[in-house]
Write a protein that binds this ligand. Sequence first.
Ligand code: FES
Length: 101
Amino acid sequence: MFKQLRLDSPLPINLTINNRSIQVNQGMTVAAAVLIHGLSYTRTTAISGVNRAPFCMMGVCFECLMVINGQPNQRACCTYVEEGMQVEIQQGAMAYPRSQL
Ligand code: FES
């Protein structure tokens, strides 16, 4: 459904999404990387377990929450990809780590 127009960054970024290695351009958000690499959702809801996917792509709806580098509840649309980043689908509600409280 989505595709990256071109991989033209002089220093492509390598990251893993659900243990799958991918390569994307610098300056891309995690949400964009997820969508162009065919992942259809970023989290499941806490009550019904329904799949949810990025919607607004600008930090308002919170539908794109993911576990990024072990930190739950991160908005994928507001997080830029970084080398070696590890991204996972968030399953249901997850508590914030004590360091973020
Ligand atoms: S897609 Fe809406 S907050 Fe990320």
